[in-house]
Design a protein around this ligand. Structure first.
Ligand SMILES: NC(=O)c1ccc[n+]([C@@H]2O[C@H](COP(=O)([O-])OP(=O)(O)OC[C@H]3O[C@@H](n4cnc5c(N)ncnc54)[C@H](O)[C@@H]3O)[C@@H](O)[C@H]2O)c1
Length: 360
């Protein structure tokens, strides 16, 4: 039997969710789309051949009550994720929540606790973890080929113009989004933390709003991270690059290995050197590089495949709620360090983007 699936939020990223459902059609069936704006629902359904059996709801609560879907995805403004997630979990739906999973740790914790209590799968949509390049690097981390990681660096050098923010005024606000780090850079911040061993002890950071004076939050973030295993991390994230997206790169440096994932969105392997080298690194670069049409990449489809399998086999998702919380905690720790001018020790229990209202 197929899982009955509904999409909540039919904006810019929604087509990737619909495509992921279509690519997993043997196991999941699209039963409804929800959006207060009816045209957005019709637009996102354009690639679906026959939409006659797909319900449209302007209020997702009606959809939950009437259809009781097995699986929902939430792709609304980030500030709404937590409240909608709690409603979905209370209605018995497994969940894929777009990044960031929530805008406060309290909300993220409540979502994780409720999913656990109800025995439901909660996935944070960090789809870049499924990039071929990223999966190959992760394999090397898990096989301990780096001989101990020393430091890692995540650079997100992208461009966002006024038009992008005008299209969706929630972007760049503290109540609904956060700035470059929370919105655009959180994927790579997630990757850096995950690859370097997850456990972070301290963050020191600067953030600023240098160019986009019409948004509330930062357009540049620079941070140094201390990991519990003694390694360090460096984060440089911005939406100020002239004139278009330049690159999103992840470097990992170990005693016996150096790797760089590059391209516009960590979609290529650009360095691959290991002391225990058994493969031809040029072949690795050729085999594990992808050229997606946009920075969102191809990751939604394997992420959906994983979540569907997790629901069927009653196991946690590969990118579970706790992973989403770890990425959120990193960004909030960076924000707090930048706002206070002091190092911030992790773990954090209570941080929220709302703390930073009026910061710039
Ligand atoms: N994974 C990625 O790579 C990626 C990329 C872009 C955006 N995102 C995330 O996806 C989310 C959406 O971003 P976007 O750029 O698509 O935004 P958007 O503004 O283009 O779309 C949001 C949609 O949600 C709808 N919506 C608002 N309230 C709703 C409700 N109560 N019920 C149903 N629909 C509702 C809006 O009407 C709109 O159509 C954000 O959290 C963002 O951070 C993720």
């Amino acid at each position: 039997m197929k899982l009955r699936y509904a999409l909540i939020g039919c904006g810019r990223i929604a087509p990737n969710h619909i495509a992921a459902v279509m690519n997993n059609a043997e196991k999941v069936e699209l039963v409804a789309v929800c959006d207060p704006i009816p045209e957005n629902m019709e637009k996102v359904l354009t690639p679906v051949e026959d939409t006659s059996s797909i319900a449209r709801y302007t209020d997702y609560k009606d959809m939950l009550a009437e259809l009781k879907p097995d699986l929902c995805a939430i792709a609304t403004e980030s500030g709404y994720h937590a409240a909608i997630a709690m409603d979905c979990l209370n209605a018995g739906a497994n969940l894929i929540v777009e990044k960031p999973i929530a805008l406060s740790l309290k909300d993220a914790d409540a979502m994780i606790a409720l999913a656990e209590e109800k025995g439901l799968v909660l996935c944070a949509c960090h789809q870049n973890r499924f990039n071929k390049s990223v999966q190959k690097i992760r394999e090397a981390v898990e096989a301990d080929r780096f001989g101990g990681l020393l430091h890692g660096a995540a650079h997100i050098r992208w461009a966002r113009n006024e038009n992008y923010y005008k299209q969706a005024p929630w972007r760049g606000t503290w109540a609904q989004d956060g700035g470059a780090l929370m919105n655009q850079c959180i994927h790579n911040i997630d990757l850096l933390r995950w690859m370097m061993g997850d456990e972070v002890t301290q963050v020191m950071a600067y953030t600023d709003r240098l160019m986009h004076d019409y948004i509330e939050a930062e357009d540049l973030g620079l941070a140094v991270v201390k990991f519990a295993n003694g390694a360090y991390g460096l984060i440089e994230g911005t939406t100020n690059v002239y004139p278009v997206n330049l690159e999103e790169t992840l470097y990992l440096f170990g005693k016996e290995g150096t790797v760089k994932a590059g391209g516009r969105s960590v979609n290529l392997i650009e360095e691959w050197k290991f002391a225990d080298e058994t493969e031809d690194s040029e072949a690795i670069k050729a085999e594990f590089g992808e050229n997606p049409p946009n920075i969102y990449g191809f990751g939604h489809t394997p992420l959906y495949a994983d979540v569907i399998d997790a629901v069927i086999n009653k196991r946690p998702a590969y990118v579970d709620g706790k992973a989403g919380r770890r990425a959120l905690e990193m960004v909030l720790a960076i924000y707090r360090s930048a706002a206070t001018g002091k190092p911030v020790d992790l773990p954090l229990t209570d941080a929220s983007t709302l703390e930073f209202e009026g910061r710039f």
